[in-house]
Design a protein around this ligand. Sequence first.
Ligand code: NAD
Length: 400
Amino acid sequence: MNPFDLLSAASRREFVRRLSLGLGATLVGSSALGGPLSWLEDLSYGPASLGALQTGRQLGVALVGLGKYSTGQLAPALQQTKLCKLAGIVTGTPAKAAQWKKQYGLPDQNVYDYQTFDRIIDNPAIDIVYVVLPVGLHAEYVERAARAGKHVICEKPMAPTADECRRMITAMQKAGKKFSIGYRLHFEPHHQEMMRLGQQQTLGPIKSLVADNGFRFNNDTPWRVNKKLAGGGPLMDMGIYCLQGAIYTKGEIPVSVTARLAPNPDPKGLFKEVEAGMSWQLQFADGSVADCRTSYAENMNSRLRAETTKGFLELQPAFGYGGIEGRTSQGPLNLPNVPQQARQLDDFADCILNDKPTRVPGEMGLRDVQLLQAIYRAAETGQKVSTREVQQVLDKTNRR
Ligand code: NAD
């Protein structure tokens, strides 16, 4: 559903009035726990974006790597975005290039392979490079995109190591271009509501959290169990959502972690290089904890739940591209599922057009890789590992 459809006639009139005045189109509603449409406040484009909407100007996005996520999610999302559009592709497979050119009407000069990619520097039709490759290749392509002077989105997790993350951040700073991580759920209404309710302690301070996210991996994308290409197993791929969810609901970065590897059902086969599963605990400064689980050997009901002093907050299913459902001890969260990737992409375009910081910067990607590495260290050593040194960056809710 288009978020605009949810507005009352009065809100729509106000939106159009502000649009015509060139003001930020902040939308306000009233709702369940402090404003039903309060998440729509995030749909507040800056003046340059409102101008772009009026003239129809859209930033050009080039997808690097045309695998499952690009094909199934990002390219379709780029047909729904308003501030940016699919303008180019980078692929090593000529048959895919031909098919995408036809399907999306892409001109020859906007189609690259991994060797010709650097020539993108000369292409003014491409404003944003979106790196959607196996994790172990993220750093190389982000650095090359930086050298080409493009804004960049890099898929999660940012890289196998914190050193690579730092290199990527430095390269993007040197380029003077915007850089974000593909953290789609920061733009999703249920997750934004968890942030708001948790961080503002609407139902009291959080005492504990649980988060689960895992699936039975069938080796359809073999790089995911290749240590060099994936950086790790399900913790890197799926567990990162539990980590993030706990952090933005609590509104704090943990001070230490403990962890335990799950039994490995195939140590000589599928899971010889990466873990089959992991359970870990995040410990926060006030003594509260988040117990999290992930797996490539078990289909888990994805969930994110917080116990508070006055009740609970919960999403289940929690982390998919759609079908997210939420409830609190006061009742269901009546929020819509929206096109997550389209909102994420348009938000990044809005940040570029208005020179605003993104809420999901490279530094947040670095923070999470540092925490993931600490979790692996805790699992290897059986010891509690301090995380006080990790990058201090948070998506702080600014909603009431
Ligand atoms: P995929 O295997 O389907 O696609 C990877 C693409 O990279 C393929 O087109 C492949 O041809 C290309 N590639 C180039 N060099 C390669 C190499 N050396 N080895 C293997 N593939 C190579 O994977 P995917 O599921 O599309 O994941 C791609 C990225 O997107 C990963 O970073 C992943 O974590 C991320 N992702 C994010 C989400 C999300 O919800 N944000 C969801 C899925 C995947």
